[in-house]
Write a protein that binds this ligand. Structure first.
Ligand code: ATP
Ligand code: MG
Length: 180
């Protein structure tokens, strides 16, 4: 499974619809300070269900919506779509291409879509859990997170390895069953 394309509209500094195609191999995003490089990874984490505004470097979730600039009015919604290639069938869905969309309005209304069909956040987290791509996954390591991993306690660090090894899903299911 790999990231094929990211489509962003109204998310942070991306007022216009922007599409980024990821090619096989390494993709590097370069640009001056403040040009929106980190906003690209914020968009990926957000569409995968990130709930913490702080970890998206904002104060509240509304802060992900384009807030306007000298020449442009603020927008009323943000939308991000991530398209994944699933020809290897790693994600348990019978599609060779999977699209995940998240949308939020200033009113607070929000939606998640899987292959353009409305779904719950849980459907998305379940789908990517243990695939290495979840919002908590080690595949996205933001500025500051390296230090955090190095300085974390042994059991916190262990959960990173558990996600990588693919056992986190079973631990969470076990915990849920125990609390029923
Ligand atoms: P650096 O090289 O310093 O890490 P960067 O390229 O990673 O920079 P980002 O942090 O991705 O830059 O982008 C920051 C920019 O995004 C700032 O100019 C900020 O004003 C803009 N920005 C963030 N949120 C919004 C928003 N809701 N509306 C409009 N612009 C926003
Ligand atoms: Mg940055």
């Amino acid at each position: 499974m790999f990231l094929k394309r990211l489509e962003v509209i109204g998310f942070k500094s991306f007022a216009d619809r922007v599409g980024i195609d990821f090619v096989p191999g390494v993709t590097a995003v370069v640009g001056p300070n403040g040009s929106g490089k980190s906003n690209v990874t914020d968009a990926i984490r957000w569409v995968l269900g990130e709930q913490s505004a702080k970890s998206l470097r904002g104060a509240k979730m509304e802060d992900v919506i384009f807030a306007g600039s000298d020449s442009r009015k603020a927008l009323n919604f943000a939308e991000v779509t991530l398209i994944l290639d699933n020809t290897d069938g790693k994600a348990p869905l019978d599609y060779s291409e999977i699209s995940v969309t998240r949308r939020v309005f200033r009113s607070g209304e929000s939606a998640y879509l899987l292959n353009k069909q409305p779904c719950r956040l849980k459907d998305i987290t379940d789908l990517f859990m243990d695939s290495g791509l979840g919002k908590e996954a080690f595949s996205i390591i933001s500025q500051g997170r390296v230090d955090e991993i190095l300085n974390s306690k042994a059991d916190e660090r262990r959960s990173i390895f558990e996600e990588a090894a693919g056992v986190l899903k079973y631990k969470q299911r076990k915990r849920k069953a125990e609390f029923k």
